[in-house]
Write a protein of this length. Structure first.
Length: 711
């Protein structure tokens, strides 16, 4: 390997850089492994993609540096923008160090016109995920305001479509696919959390994206707050994709000796469609030391069972019933703390309401533990109500412009405001109140909610969103270190904060406040583009959804719950005897199948009819597979399609049967295939993968579960 070319190759992915004599390195290749390449091969690769031009020309930035800049002849969005007291500063970078190991490359550079230094590192980690980390440091120079710092990687100019995401409350993760826009285009989130309409990722494809086939180049920012996702398609240079933290003016000012570390950006290439993209990210997540290793408990959350109507006797009885049907984790939701009879008061006062719970929560926690279940509790630590002891005592702890707040109190959202966790005293108040309860009750699990956007956030006279997010990460980490074994779920009025940044400190996410299983089919499918099912809460809601008014069969709700970390969020005491028996069978089925669902490869066999939603989970050794097939509308044809199962081992034979413990799916009986209603079928894997099985003509909002086992 020569000094002017660097290559790393791991996990089926390669990254090739050229290090010029002046300026920053550029990336010549990001994508599939190139196999064994010599130093001469790398030099020839560079020659093979280089333009013919006079030395030093700035007619165009033919190859893009790791931090594209106007001074390089780049006409897209700069990768970095900074200001000094003299105005916009244009760094003149000179690489001071460039080194590579098997899977990591590190570039260090200095700005010859200032005291700024840059560290850029890329690592190909498990699954083939390329993580890019960038740091900007001000040595001993005058203060420097950072406007943005956005890692980018080049993609082939042949990409035609861009997919990002949109949505709203109870309708998260709606994919938006368009032709790749011309020019430099930035899509931003300014909510102080990613938001229900978060871009989530930027995916570039040749043709519209498919689940099972086609190349995908994409990026995701592991950051739980404001973000910019960007694409640059300029006519005289490479096409770029990237992402970075969105900063407000004056939010980050680097004083002498200070360093800004940009949120990590993940870049993923797949030749096997969206499923391949997801499987790479899932593989990376599953090898983390903090990834949940114990079976994901079947959870009962009390919210849609009792809402704010907390009656100790009723909730004790609910815990008893939960244990009888096989629940493994019982979570008491909002309404347990002092004065909290509705959502307009008391956030920030994390003290048990003795008028409702005269003996405290100890009797409930003790009963839950005695029944062999984990005990969980709801908190919203980042928020505060004006009608609270905390706000009355410390109005200066609110993360809002005090003048604006006094002039216009309508800044509330769901009747609440934001608590400034970057204020040391506010941070200590929340930490200590929570820690005391965790220890006293033996809390095993926290549902950590976050029910509003951040608006007009001010900390120490400057925008406070960045500092708030870092303080939140720190608080979660500190609570988990102080209480080993504690698990925390990220809920943000549903799925408004489900990024890889929050998953660095939490153990699962709540995908949506919608428990409508029809809506959940797509919400969970697209949440799964990044997160494997064991990290995504998926509960059986009431027959009539509180968010849509739609009524669905219990079997359909249970089949949809199997797509994630399963549970119930309804009043199971109101179940009929038959429904309780079904709940018990579902609990047993979940315990049996979760090793496959929560460890296996997730795929989505494609069907032409848009009514179908099919999700397949294949065990790592391909000895078993689970398929959940559901309809979200009426079928287009009276004779449904064949379902092929591409995840099976083509060289083995499999027994495939319907697991009807949750109840039978309703269909037009005259077109139900024989295998479906006759105890299953045994076939070679090659037949299942290439020919498939005839599907029944299900009615709308019906689902069934298939279990394939090698024989």
């Amino acid at each position: 390997m020569t000094a002017d070319h660097l290559a790393i190759d791991a996990h089926g992915i390669a990254l090739v850089l050229e290090v010029p004599t002046t300026g920053l390195p550029c990336i010549l290749h990001w994508g599939p492994s190139l196999g064994a390449v010599s130093a001469d091969d790398l030099a020839l690769l560079a020659a093979g993609v280089r333009r013919q031009a006079a030395p030093g020309t700035l007619d165009a930035a033919w190859q893009i540096s790791i931090l594209p800049a106007e001074s390089d002849g780049w006409t897209g969005r700069p990768g970095l923008q900074v200001r000094t007291a003299d105005g916009l500063h244009r760094p003149r970078w000179q690489t001071s160090s460039a080194r590579a190991a098997a899977d990591t490359v590190v570039i260090e550079a200095v700005d010859t016109a200032s005291a700024l230094t840059l560290r850029w590192a890329a690592a190909i980690e498990t699954g083939g995920v390329v993580w890019v980390d960038v740091e900007l440091r001000n040595g001993d120079g005058p203060p420097v305001e950072l406007e943005w710092l956005e890692p980018t990687l080049p993609v082939p100019t042949g990409v035609t479509h861009l997919t990002t995401f949109d949505g709203r409350w109870t309708r998260e993760k709606r994919p938006v696919t368009t032709p790749v826009p011309a020019g430099a285009v930035a899509r931003q989130s300014r909510r102080g959390r990613p938001g229900h309409d978060a871009p989530t990722a930027a995916l570039l494809t040749i043709g519209e994206p498919r689940w099972t086939a086609g190349e995908v180049w994409g990026t995701h920012l592991a950051w739980s707050s404001d973000a910019t996702y960007r694409t640059d398609r300029v006519t005289d240079s490479s096409t770029l994709v990237g992402a970075g933290e969105l900063l407000r003016p004056g939010e980050i000012v680097l004083q002498p000796g200070e360093t800004y570390r940009a949120p990590r950006a993940a870049f993923v290439w797949s030749a096997e469609g969206l499923d391949g993209f997801a499987q790479r990210v899932h593989a990376w997540l599953r090898v983390r030391p903090q990834h949940p290793s114990s079976p994901r408990p079947l959870t009962l959350n009390t919210w849609e069972a009792v809402y704010f109507d907390h009656d100790p006797a009723r909730l004790l009885a609910l815990a008893d019933t939960a244990a009888t049907v096989g629940i493994e984790r019982f979570v008491l939701d909002d309404g347990w703390f002092q004065g909290r009879r509705d959502d307009s008061t008391s956030l920030g006062d994390w003290v048990v309401d003795r008028t409702v719970w005269p003996d405290g929560l100890e009797p409930l926690a003790d009963r839950v533990h005695a029944l062999g279940m984990q005990f969980g509790l709801w908190f919203e630590p980042e928020m505060v109500s004006l009608d609270s002891d905390l706000a009355r005592a410390h109005p200066e702890w609110l993360l809002h412009d005090a003048g604006h707040l006094s002039h216009d109190p309508s800044l509330s959202w769901r009747g609440q405001y934001v608590l400034n966790l970057a204020h040391p005293d506010a941070y200590a108040h929340v930490r200590d109140q929570m820690s005391e309860l965790i220890a006293a009750l033996g809390i095993d699990f926290i549902k950590w909610d976050h029910n509003r956007d951040l608006v007009d956030s001010v900390h120490d006279g400057r925008p406070g969103v960045h500092a708030q997010m870092l303080a939140t990460y720190r608080l979660i980490r500190e609570l988990k270190v102080g209480h080993p074994g504690l698990e925390i779920e990220s809920c943000s009025s549903g799925g408004a904060r489900t990024d890889l940044g929050i998953l660095e400190v939490t153990d699962r996410v709540w995908a949506s406040d919608s428990n409508d299983p029809v809506e959940r089919q797509d919400i969970q499918r697209w949440t799964g583009l990044l997160l494997p099912p064991e990290l995504v809460g998926a509960h059986v809601g009431p027959a009539e959804s509180h968010s849509s008014g739609r009524t669905t069969d219990l079997s359909y709700r249970m089949a949809t719950s199997l797509l994630g970390s399963a549970g119930f969020e309804c009043d199971i005491q109101a179940f009929s005897d038959d429904e309780r028996e079904t709940a018990g069978r579902f609990a047993a089925l979940y315990r049996e199948l979760r090793p496959i669902i929560h460890r296996g490869a997730v795929s989505h066999p494609e069907l032409r009819d848009p009514a179908w939603r099919v999700t397949m989970f294949t065990a790592p050794d391909a000895a078993e597979a689970v398929v959940v097939a559901a309809t979200v509308r009426s079928l287009e044809d009276a004779r449904a399609e064949r379902l092929r199962l591409p995840g099976v081992d083509r060289s083995r034979r499999y027994r495939v049967r319907v697991r009807d413990e949750i109840g039978a799916a309703r269909s037009a009986s005259w077109v139900t295939p024989e295998w479906f209603s006759d105890g299953g079928i045994e076939l070679p894997g090659s037949v299942l993968a290439d020919v498939g099985l005839q599907l029944p003509a299900l009615w709308p909002a019906q689902a069934f579960v298939l279990h394939a086992t090698a024989v």
